[in-house]
Design a protein around this ligand. Structure first.
Ligand code: SF4
Length: 441
């Protein structure tokens, strides 16, 4: 009997890459590869990469060095690089790392089976062409509807916003929406396979739609997906603050299945910095949206992203970011030191903020957020939260799940509850999670 070929797949970066990786696993299964968690077993190593920050890109080259050594021991090992670094680097990547067999860009997953089969016969290949709009979604393969508790469903791809610091529009291409029918079809298939929670995914889901009279916008799409039987909880990510419409805000008040959580990246609290970033909103407009969302859904939890040390951020501008996080009271915040990405507009700006200053600001911001997160987690103690049980906790002796507000929660209970929504009384609020007890099943 032939030994099954093994795929080792590593995913870097955002949820779009996580979703693409699910599709890659399905595609590789189609040509006989079973996934393995141990790279030593692998016949095929695929890295699905991220280039949003310089550190993410450097990590990819670091990892490739490790696999180069493995290939010396196992010359038949096929190594492939996909995702945003692959899109950006293309042929250059093969020059820097000639032991790599294939490079596939963000629009080229549909070619992957052929590229791997070619590599098995010794062919090296690169595919980084952007597809035109009509072809993109038709050619994009789907992940298998093989169940699980919570799954991503891509509703749009690409971005037209060109924030000054961001590489995404350059490596993911222009915005394109998927038809509502196709989205509903995939959600229904997932629900039929037992999936309880669906997260609608896109670089900027708020600008979903075909911009034609009568065509559904994102608020319409949410209402349609909420009607799919079997899906009990609905989420979406990521949202651009400038595109949050009153109709979308109303969804939080009106759609029961819509989880009370929104990831709403502000990136800075300073109008001058926001303008330089080309974000398309002011601090006051951002805060107006936050208030409107809280009015529509008082229990809504906010998470966000913040960039520290963007060119032109002086001490006063940074203070405005510090004030913003106090005002919004994020449940969690992903904060980063600005690093210039070649090819973006901001890479041309003089980068005046010294590295030590950026580091000091990041530490102040993260310390303040740590305090806010803990206080918010403690404020849940005694309250009852609807938790979707995902499975055993990392220690294996309890259950792990998430509240509607997306707070990680552990509680005692029977593993058969995986995939069920249960009422949990929160007994402890810790820095990174809540603890609680199940009230009913
Ligand atoms: S909205 Fe801005 S930050 Fe987000 S993907 Fe588009 S360009 Fe990048």
């Amino acid at each position: 009997m032939n030994k099954a070929k093994k795929l080792y797949l590593e995913t870097f970066g955002c949820q779009m890459n996580v979703s693409d990786s699910e599709k890659i696993v399905t595609l590789m299964k189609g040509i006989g590869y079973q996934q393995t968690a141990d790279p030593v077993d692998a016949d095929l190593v695929l890295l699905n990469t991220c280039s949003i920050r310089a550190t993410a890109e450097q990590r990819v080259y670091g990892h490739l060095g490790k696999f180069k050594s493995m290939k010396k021991q196992k010359p038949g090992l096929i190594i492939g690089v996909g995702g945003c670094v692959a899109q950006q680097e293309g042929e250059r990547l093969l020059k820097k790392a000639p032991f790599v067999n294939l490079v596939f860009g963000t629009h080229n997953l549909h070619l992957l089976q052929k590229m791997v089969t070619g590599a098995e016969q010794g062919k090296q290949s690169v595919a980084t062409d952007f597809l035109d709009d009509e072809k993109r979604f038709d050619l994009f393969p789907h992940a298998e509807s093989e169940g699980g508790v919570s799954r991503f469903v891509t509703v749009m791809q690409g971005c037209d916003n060109f924030c000054a610091y961001c590489i995404v529009p350059h490596v993911r291409g222009r915005e394109i929406s998927r038809s509502a029918d196709k989205v509903i079809e995939e959600v229904a298939a997932l629900a039929a396979a037992g999936v309880t929670e669906v997260t609608l995914l896109g670089q900027n889901v708020n600008s979903y739609g075909f911009k034609e009279p009568g065509a559904p916008d994102f608020a319409d799409l949410l209402r349609l997906v909420a009607q799919v039987e079997g899906v009990e909880r609905l989420r979406f990510t990521t949202s651009h603050p400038k595109d949050i419409s009153p109709r979308l805000i109303a969804c939080f008040a009106e759609i029961e299945k819509l989880a009370p959580h929104i990831h709403l990246p502000a990136q800075s609290g300073s109008d001058a910095v926001l303008k330089k970033m080309n974000r398309g909103y002011t601090r006051a407009q951002y805060l107006d949206k936050v208030r409107a969302l809280r009015d529509a859904c008082p229990e809504i939890q906010f998470t966000g992203d913040m960039i520290v040390g963007f060119p032109g951020e002086d001490e006063a501008a940074f203070e405005q970011t510090m004030e913003l996080i106090e005002e919004v009271q994020y449940a969690d915040l992903f904060s980063f030191i600005y690093s210039a990405r070649p090819g973006t507009r901001a890479a041309e700006f003089p980068d005046e903020v010294k590295r030590a200053e950026k580091q000091a600001r990041l530490e102040r911001l993260q310390a303040a957020q740590k305090r806010i997160t803990l206080a918010r987690n403690e404020s849940f103690v005694g309250r009852v939260q609807r938790v979707l049980v995902e499975g055993p906790s990392s220690t294996g002796d309890a259950l792990f799940g998430r509240t509607g507000g997306n707070r990680a929660t552990v509680m005692d209970g029977d593993p058969v509850l995986a995939g069920r929504l249960v009422n949990v009384r929160i007994t402890q609020g810790l820095q990174t999670l809540l603890k609680g007890e199940i009230l009913d099943v």
